[in-house]
Write a protein that binds this ligand. Structure first.
Ligand code: G1P
Length: 297
């Protein structure tokens, strides 16, 4: 079934300070995961799910990101003259991927504020929000499933995943009720980054949302919350408590997610994705076995 949602909003205004000095001059979204910038995986996911219209909410120093999704005429001319079709195709991959638009966030006042900056572009339609720190495996269809649930239930939908309780303070955490569908829950409560040991559950929001335009007036009224920032989680709690707007549903994801948000997870994501690759996987697997065996001696 075709759904009316065609727009994806990708907030990219963060400073990426966890990766300094790598991110001093390079946006963190442009850090490679294997051989592709992390952000390209996220745009590919949006396009795969039928959302060809991508709005980046950017900040300062994001020129490299804008250039990555634009033509690279000089490079293309050189590769063309060399007759290197394979590399030309690799260059073109990100250029032809989506219809890309940009809006600046201005003051970095939080994720809720970043999403609010998309209002003029999105207008009266429902839309998806994808956070760049999470990569969802291309073989799993989380966003497609969320769009389906949005279509049927006519409500906002968040992606939820069970996390280690020791990690719950890093996420928005949901309390939920079951529905008649195994992977769909009704969200009753939400708390943004609860103090360690106080999380009401271990169901965490991972960085995918399908939102109705009713979120905009709610965001406009949402006061600064955790960290003094306007939190999308706080606005979603208001939606969850308002049955007239269809409430809030969660899709419980049990697939493969790679976190690139901190250094250790970023290194793991590189290894996990490289191991799966036909060109790099076999060599990497063999080397990893030897390398790990060396730990015991
Ligand atoms: C954001 C959200 C949080 C969510 C997380 C998922 O936090 O505020 O609710 O659980 O993304 O990655 P951030 O990680 O940007 O601080």
């Amino acid at each position: 079934m075709r759904h009316a949602v065609t727009k994806a909003v990708i907030p990219t205004a963060g400073l990426g300070t966890r990766f300094l000095p790598a991110t001093k001059a390079l946006p963190k979204e442009m850090l490679p995961v294997v051989d592709k910038p992390a952000i390209q995986y996220v745009v590919e996911e949006a396009v795969r799910a039928g959302l060809p219209d991508v709005l980046f909410v950017t900040g300062r120093n994001k020129n490299a990101l804008e250039n990555h999704f634009d033509r690279a005429t000089e490079l293309e001319a050189i590769l063309h003259n060399k007759g290197d079709k394979q590399k030309l195709a690799r260059v073109a991959e990100s250029t032809d991927l989506a219809n890309v638009h940009y809006v600046r966030q201005g003051d970095p006042k939080g994720l809720g504020h970043a999403v609010l900056r998309s209002k003029a572009h999105v207008g009266g339609d429902s839309f998806a929000v994808l956070l760049g720190d999470d990569i969802i495996d291309g073989r799993d269809h989380l966003l497609e499933r969320m769009l389906e649930v949005h279509d049927v239930r006519q409500s906002c939908v968040v992606a939820l995943m069970e996390v280690d309780p020791a990690q719950a303070h890093l996420y928005g955490i949901a309390t939920v009720e079951a529905t008649e569908e195994d992977d769909v829950v009704r969200v009753r409560g939400l708390v943004e980054k609860p103090e360690p040991g106080t999380a009401p559950s271990n169901l965490a929001i991972v960085g995918r949302y399908v939102l109705t335009p009713a979120i905009y007036p709610v965001l406009e009224q949402t006061p600064p919350g955790r960290g003094g920032e306007i939190q999308l989680t706080d606005a979603l709690l208001t939606m969850a408590q308002d049955d007239r707007q269809g409430g809030l549903h969660g899709v419980v994801f049990r697939g493969r997610r790679y976190d690139t948000g901190d250094r250790l997870d970023y290194i793991k994501a590189n290894v996990q994705l490289a191991v799966e690759r036909e060109d790099l996987g076999p060599g990497l697997r063999d080397w990893l076995k030897e390398f790990v065996a060396g730990f015991d001696s």
